[in-house]
Write a protein that binds this ligand. Structure first.
Ligand code: BGC
Length: 734
């Protein structure tokens, strides 16, 4: 079957812009020299906070000449505002600068890593987390963040799985919108709003073999159904910028992918914001071997719609000649410049270039009690109770002796995870500190590290076993180091690193009640723990308030309700494994040899998407549909009642899935279409209503156009992606 070319549009199709904005941008553009235009597209290399005086002087000179449009990694009011003054007062046209920084899960008040935040299934809390990041970053001179990362990730070997919202497209859309709103606030011109960046466009998470930056080769269908929607949602939410991804797709590197950038993003979706390259992404077109020299790399990137050259220094150095030699139309440069100027206009920088120059805010808006509170709330909401046999958790605060064991118990840096902004280890409440602060004076807390995170050394295990023997309960703090996930930090094993499993099993033999807490940036294959340790809590990397949030959960002051935003495999060989898979012609069946499964391990996950327990229990009933039949453009109300059947108050994440039972193109076995995190007192019931619209029922037909097909659909409702109530309805032909 021939593929329909992406979008098919190549011209920029901008939304009708504000006319004052257009008039302003056009009049400025008309006064710019070619060098000044390309300067706006230049984000120079080697000039950030840690640069030596020579590079700084050279950078300052470039700013004076109008050859810089933005900086990467420069922050702090003094530095950024000195530069801003030079740009505004000493360059010919006085165009203000953008200051870009990776505010990914907090600036100084570090929140849980994004994968953890997604596990909260609470977009309101996630929006708040991004808001706090924006408030702190803008107080330090930043006006542009390189977040949210909205890459769907179905391969936990890939280190950057930690930075996104996991495997699901719908959850990814919801979290993308929450974060864009949080960063950009209600009004981009407000001094505490930052321009957000949805990244990395697109299918970066599809890297072969889970190796960062690696080749991607996926169908247009998968691209449109799985990877593109969170970007589309971010665009609809008004995201100001988008970053291109390092990967190629089917032979075309994204930094030269006109059909996807100018075609889909700008043409089909009407995105009129700015597109920034990733770090040296323009130059890397030479490594991709689609450009022989910098001039060709720059030309291809600009023609594809990459507006800003992050640190390749090719637009500034090589493009003036290319334009003058007729290799690149100046109109292409102009379009890119328009988009950069518009971003600056929308931030209000032309009216107030010093909007982020109040030095007093640096102190007053940093690591405030409110920000820490928000981080603690977010952290405990992100924790997922994977297993709790015999209700080992919650622990009583009256326990006489508690043994806290493991390499993550007192490791402040690890709690921050990767891309930790300006977070500092000394700001962190470690698990050990949080537990000590939570218990009364009668409780003795013993501590042994047992082993390092990633070592073969087992000599500390004996001491750990010894203190476990003295304790009434044992808490194991296990997982990965902060730099075992994140950019370029890929793994071929999903097991607990080093000898931590050995430590856990040795301690488990003490016969004491044991709960394991995991700190990690990706799903781990923890089969032995699942088999032998009664309680397991997934804490991700929880941020500065790690210890307090954890103690809240461990001692039952907070009832955990996070859910897995990504499937946990039994071993790395099952990867990719995700709940929204296709049925195949031979779906796996135990008794059928010739079905889609393995000889050596079950095809089922260790923990499914959406899984997460509570200290209370919930019952679902009365799944009701407002109609049994709807037309293709109709809507349907789905009601379900959930009851807290246990003895404690708690949150439940009610999840709604949908399946198109028979379609002209194969469809996933189920897809998340709605969720709500609700709080229920013991014994309390609540009936929730979800509305399904044509948008939820549609898919891309054989011609790659969205379609709703008549026929049977199944609705699933429950507290995870497996144990669901079901009901059917029909879409009728018109
Ligand atoms: C990463 C981006 C990041 C950029 C700037 C790159 O290496 O891929 O996600 O925004 O660096 O720090």
């Amino acid at each position: 079957m021939a593929l329909v070319p992406f979008g098919g549009l190549t011209a920029e199709a901008t939304k009708p812009s504000d006319s004052a904005e257009t008039a302003f941008v056009e009049s400025l553009l008309a006064r710019m020299t070619l060098e000044e235009k390309l300067g706006q597209l230049n984000q120079p290399p080697g000039i950030g906070n840690d640069t030596g005086p020579k590079a700084k002087a050279a950078g300052t000179e470039q700013v004076r000449k109008g050859q810089v449009g933005s900086f990467l990694g420069m922050q702090g009011v003094k530095l950024t505002c000195d530069m801003q003054r030079i740009a505004v007062k000493e360059s010919r046209l006085g165009i203000p600068l953008l200051f870009g920084f990776d505010v990914i899960h907090g600036y100084r008040t570090v929140f849980p890593v994004p994968l953890g935040e997604a596990a909260s299934f609470n977009p309101v809390a996630v929006e708040k987390a991004a808001r706090v990041g924006a408030v702190e970053a803008t107080a330090h001179g930043i006006n542009w963040t390189y977040a949210p990362m909205v890459d769907v990730a179905r391969d936990p070997r890939w280190g950057r799985v930690v930075e996104g919202s996991g495997e699901d497209t719908y959850l990814g859309e919801v979290m993308a919108v929450a974060r864009v709103h949080g960063f950009q606030g209600k009004d981009l011109r407000a001094a505490d709003s930052v321009l957000a960046t949805a990244k990395h466009f697109v299918a970066y998470g599809g890297a072969e073999a889970g190796r960062d930056y690696n080749t991607v080769d996926i169908s247009e269908r998968t691209l449109r159904e799985v990877y593109l929607p969170p970007f589309h949602a971010a665009v609809d939410a008004g995201v100001g910028s988008i970053m291109a991804s390092f990967n190629e797709i089917a032979g075309v590197p994204m930094h030269a992918n006109g059909p996807l950038i100018n075609g889909v993003l700008r043409g089909e979706w009407g995105f009129d914001g700015v597109l920034v390259s990733d770090y040296t992404g323009v130059m890397e077109l030479m490594n991709h071997r689609i450009a022989a020299d910098p001039t060709e790399a720059g030309r291809r990137a600009l023609e594809a719609g990459v507006d800003i050259d992050m640190v390749s220094d090719i637009y500034r150095k090589d493009m003036p000649k290319a334009v003058r030699a007729g290799k690149l139309p100046v109109a292409t440069v102009d379009d890119a410049v328009r988009r950069v100027l518009r971003a600056k206009y929308r931030l209000g920088l032309f009216d107030n270039p010093y909007r982020n120059c109040d030095e007093s805010l640096e102190k007053s808006q940093t690591l405030t009690a409110d920000h820490r509170d928000a981080a603690r709330t977010m952290a405990r909401e992100s924790m997922v109770l994977l297993k709790n046999k015999g209700n080992v958790l919650p622990l009583s605060k009256q326990v006489r002796t508690l043994a806290v064991i493991g390499p993550l118990a007192d490791n402040p840096r690890a709690m921050l995870g990767s891309w930790a902004g300006m977070g500092r280890p000394e700001d962190v409440v470690t698990p050990l500190a949080g537990i000590r602060a939570a218990v009364g004076p009668e409780t003795k807390v013993l501590y042994a590290r047992g082993t390092d995170i990633n070592t073969a050394d087992t000599t500390g295990i004996a001491e750990a076993v010894r203190i476990a023997g003295q304790a009434d309960a044992v808490l194991l703090m296990l997982g990965e180091a902060e730099d075992m996930s994140g950019e370029a930090n890929n793994r071929t094993s999903l097991d607990l690193p080093g000898v931590q499993e050995q430590l856990a099993l040795a301690v488990q033999k003490s016969g004491k009640p044991v709960a394991a807490v995991l700190f990690n940036g990706r799903p781990l294959s923890i089969n032995s723990l699942q088999e032998q340790v009664p309680s397991i809590l997934e804490a991700w990397f929880p941020g500065v308030e790690a210890g307090h949030a954890l103690a809240d959960v461990l001692f039952g002051d907070y009832n955990p309700a996070g859910r897995l935003p990504i499937t946990f495999p039994r071993n790395v060989g099952q990867v990719p494994i995700y709940y929204a898979h296709k049925n195949t012609g031979r779906p796996p069946r135990e008794e059928e040899r010739y079905s889609s499964k393995y000889l050596d391990v079950s095809w089922k996950p260790l923990y499914a998407f959406g899984h997460g327990l509570s200290y209370t229990s919930f019952r679902y009933d009365a799944l009701r549909l407002s109609r049994k039949k709807i037309p293709a453009d109709g809507t349907l109300q789905v009601e379900v009642t959930v009851t807290n059947t246990g003895a404690r108050a708690g949150d439940e994440v009610v999840q709604l899935y949908l399946r198109d039972d028979v379609a002209s193109i194969t469809r996933p076995v189920k897809q998340l279409r709605g969720f709500r995190r609700v709080h229920l007192q013991a014994g309390q019931s609540q009936t929730l209503t979800f509305t399904l619209t044509a948008n939820d029922l549609s898919f891309y037909g054989a011609d790659m156009k969205p379609i709703v097909e008549p026929g049977s659909f199944t609705v699933f409702a429950g507290g995870n992606s497996v144990d669901n109530l079901e009901a059917k309805f029909e879409v009728t032909a018109r």
